[in-house]
Design a protein around this ligand. Structure first.
Ligand code: SAM
Length: 201
């Protein structure tokens, strides 16, 4: 989807997603030593704002001006500061080794774009820092619930691990994780996400 299409999706007054952080971020980042964090594809800012509340110095990047406007409002309401950057991640090169935490959550783009973003994200991780990638998994269409129905934008843990080859990061987790869905239409099914955690030693 283009930036304009995302702007249209975000156009309503309500949040498209939620103000609460992704549960996988809370689980993975709560115990990390605070430092600089980079949220790539930050959307309406739920994860960037939560990280700022936890004491991280956060930069959030997205190409949707409308999403970023909502993110700014969320940060203001919650009394935290985040540096917001409007940029297309395909071609965006954050400073090398500048962040103790880099996250890429639910950026559902075709494989060649995913690879470029994941490798740039990895390069941005500082020594001792962590990269977290979470996305709808390729098994979600058949066995999970919700999310994009175009298989070309779904992730595969092994592919993300391959993206990271040669970046100097050590993969600590690469697995499919279940996300419980409250929607009655899910009929008890969970959403299936891929979670990759990697660290620069
Ligand atoms: C499903 S939303 C996820 C938002 C956020 N990570 C979250 O978990 O709430 C995907 C986001 O990726 C952004 N996005 C998609 N392609 C992008 C690109 N090429 N450059 C920058 N942002 C992009 C969209 O604008 C949208 O905000």
């Amino acid at each position: 989807m283009s930036a304009e299409e995302w702007d249209r999706r975000y156009a309503g007054r309500e949040l498209l997603w939620t103000a609460a952080p992704t549960r996988f971020l809370v689980a993975e980042a709560t115990d990390l030593v605070r430092g600089r964090a980079l949220d790539l594809a930050c959307g309406e800012g739920r994860n960037a704002v939560w990280l700022a509340e936890q004491g991280w110095r956060v930069t959030g990047v997205d190409f949707s001006q409308v999403g970023l406007r909502k993110a700014r409002l969320l940060a203001e309401r919650r009394g935290v500061e985040v540096a917001w950057v409007c940029a297309d991640l395909v071609g965006y090169r954050p400073d090398r080794g500048a962040y103790e935490l880099v996250i890429v959550f639910y950026l559902q783009v075709p494989a060649h774009e995913r690879r470029a973003v994941v490798r740039a994200a990895a390069d941005a991780v500082a020594p001792g820092g962590t990269l977290l990638v979470v996305a709808h998994d390729s098994s979600n269409i058949e066995r999970g619930y919700g999310g994009p129905q175009d298989p070309r934008v779904l992730y595969d843990g092994a592919a993300v691990v391959a993206d990271l080859e040669g970046t100097g990061l050590e993969v600590e987790r690469a697995e499919v994780v279940e996300r419980r869905v409250d929607d009655p239409a899910a009929g008890g099914r969970s959403a299936l996400d891929v979670l990759v955690r990697a660290r620069r030693g």
